[in-house]
Ligand binder design. Sequence first.
Ligand SMILES: *Cc1c(COP(=O)(O)O)cnc(C)c1O
Length: 435
Amino acid sequence: MLNLDKSAAAFAEAKNFMPGGVNSPVRSYMSVGGTPPFIARGKGSKIFDIDDNEYIDYVGSWGPLVLGHAHEKVTVAVIDAALKGASYGAPTEIETALAKLVQKIYPSMEMMRMVNSGTEATMSALRVARGFTGRDKIIKFIGCYHGHSDSLLVNAGSGAATFGEPSSPGVTRGTAADTIALPYNDIAALEETLEKHGKEIAAVIIEPVAGNMGLVLPKQGYLRKIRELTANCGALLIFDEVMCGFRASLGGAQAAYGIKPDLTCLGKILGGGLPCAAYGGRRDIMENVSPSGKIYQAGTLSGNPIAMAAGLATLKELAAEDKEEDLSRSLTLRTKELVLGLKGAAKNAGVAVQVHQAGSMFGVFFAEEEVWNFEDASRADQNKFKAWFFAMLGEGIYLAPSQFETLFMSAAHTDADIEKTVNAAKIGFAAAAKV
Ligand SMILES: *Cc1c(COP(=O)(O)O)cnc(C)c1O
């Protein structure tokens, strides 16, 4: 049995000062109940909590840590940058260096802006889309998460192509009315909506590989059809690759599926564990951003030199051309090995699961049927997930505390880690089978 005494005390204390004891909701384990381990440190593929439990980490700070914890080159870059001062609020060369490398990997981002979080990136991309097209309405997909800005915290009732209802108190009905939420992987729903409202739509925003309803892949031809439909009605296509960027492939989903969006949002890996994100795309669109254009967007700490240093060190390592083997390719192969092991373990335990993979992202649904959208994902068995989750945690495997999240492989995970994880999964699935 896992000893979490110190974490339990720390959690109780934290609850006095922060809602739910946390600074971002999912960390509180509200979806499974119980005490979240409070983390003391991380190294490579492992994290260690304040009770000295050791875990193999497949959360990776929810995606950013593609090189693992405290990677030497990233750590040194951060220290070097910090020694020169934390921030100046003035232009630096490293901002251009990072933008240049990002553009090389994402040629569709002809110009870009660095911001501090994925939320800021998507919020700003929408403003640019609205300012550029002179249209107000946007289309998003149910189960896709694009950060917590008002226009994007909106869902429609499942299946219906209706104007959105706020999905959080505090989001005004007026804002929600400009957001249309449609089911993922349903091209007919989008076609129908664009037929009716196409000329009012500023942008269609999508996670081209969806990672925030669990990992859900786009159906064959789906993204291509969206590209075609948006181009026809003059709506911009925004790929939110904050999570799948550098993961679905090095060049993200747009490289993996061969689609060129008008605007792209990046985040997570882009900052190598520090707060950093970016939005960018077609030059003729991005030139409308202030001060070269009239669409306002700014940030005191945007392009922060320490975050730039961490991001640049991370991307250089990931995209290194001098390596014998492309790092993102070997990450994909390692993830595949784990996924095969998980599938085998589930089968032996007699548990029905859908295990998905895209590059270094993977996810497990406790579902008998295929999962292609939020409605399918919602049918997954919560109780079996809970039993599996706690059994895995007890075996020293740190997973996201909800099956509506994605898991991440890092370059620091070893063959031994994978073997240990597959062995733990035999115990985890056996626990789920009993539920
Ligand atoms: C994480 C995420 C965001 C939000 O990024 P934050 O840095 O948490 O604000 C936006 N879009 C997607 C697809 C994400 O996964």
